[in-house]
Each structure stands twice: as structure tokens, then as C-alpha cells.
Design a protein. Structure first.
Length: 173
């Protein structure tokens, strides 16, 4: 831009030379900041989507265990096993489950569905099931031995990282 002096006042006269270097630098910086913000936004949106999908899957798996535990008999249907202490009657992890106490402190990997069948196409997922017997008159009080009320806890893991934890009360019918 050329400056001409007339009347002692400096006036800018456009010469058609284009933008100054500082204008170009500022415009480039603004565009670069916008592009970086867009890339960061897409990345964080993708991570949030993945976390949401993982949490949804974990809630589904916990619901499957809930369905399974609500269908199981509270007391072992085999009269010969009814005097056994609470806990699995067989291998670890418990393969044959015929009553609720067979799920005491059991971890399943792959996880189980609502019928207790392994879900083979879920590698990296596992479920840990805990049972704590409760005082029927005070559900916050844990008691040793078997009572008519038990709290079932489920913690769902993905790649050994806890994703979801929940629990519910089951009472003897």
C-alpha cells in the first residue's frame, strides 16, 4: 500500500497488492485452530461413542445374569445337596448351576446369557457374581450362613477393566 501526503495528511491509497503478511498469518492461524478443534471434536465424539457402547453391553450382560438368577431355585432341588454349605457344588467356574448359591463368587469368561449359556462371541468380557446373605429384617446387615434373603452382585469387566457393577435382592419364595 502506498501512502501519499497531501495537505499534510497521510492517506492510504490502495494499490491492489493483496493481503499483508500479518493478515495472511492471522487467517492461517484461525483456519488451523478451526481444523484442530474439528479433529479433536471428532476424536472425543468417537471415544464417547465407544464408552457408551461398552457401557450398554455391560448393562445388557448384567441384566442377563439377573434374569438367570431370578429363574434359579433358591434352594438346591437335589435333596442330597441341600445340607451342603452355600457355594458351587462343582468346578470353577461353576458349569452346572441348579440353584442360586452355585453362583457364589463365580467369574465367567466368556459371559453367560439369561439361561446360563456361554456367549462365545464376546472375547475380552467377563462377569463376576457375588452373593451375600442378608438379615431379612435389616437388608444392610450381612450375615454368615444361609438366610431367606440374598443380595446378588454382578461386576462386568471388559479387557480386565471394570465397566459396570450392580446388584439386587432375591428372596426365598
Amino acid at each position: 500500500m502506498m501512502v501519499h501526503k497531501t495537505d499534510g495528511v497521510a492517506r492510504g491509497v490502495p494499490t491492489g497488492e493483496g493481503f499483508t503478511l500479518i493478515e495472511v498469518a492471522i487467517a492461517t492461524a484461525i483456519i488451523a485452530i478451526g481444523v484442530v478443534a474439528l479433529v479433536v471434536s471428532v476424536g472425543s465424539g468417537t471415544r464417547a461413542n465407544q464408552a457408551g457402547t461398552e457401557l450398554t453391553q455391560a448393562v445388557f450382560l448384567a441384566q442377563e445374569i439377573r434374569e438367570w438368577t431370578l429363574r434359579l431355585p433358591y434352594i438346591d432341588p437335589d435333596v442330597a445337596d441341600q445340607s451342603n454349605p452355600p457355594g458351587p457344588d462343582g468346578s470353577d467356574p461353576q458349569v452346572f448351576v441348579d440353584d442360586l448359591d452355585d453362583l457364589l463368587n463365580v467369574t465367567y469368561s466368556p459371559p453367560r446369557d439369561g439361561r446360563g449359556i456361554a456367549i462365545a462371541d464376546m472375547p475380552g468380557w467377563s462377569e463376576t457374581i457375588t452373593l451375600t446373605y442378608r438379615n431379612p429384617d435389616n437388608l444392610s446387615q450381612i450375615v454368615s450362613g444361609r438366610t431367606d434373603v440374598v443380595r446378588v452382585g454382578v461386576e462386568v469387566f471388559h479387557n480386565s477393566r471394570p465397566v459396570f457393577s450392580t446388584g439386587w435382592i432375591v428372596a426365598r419364595r
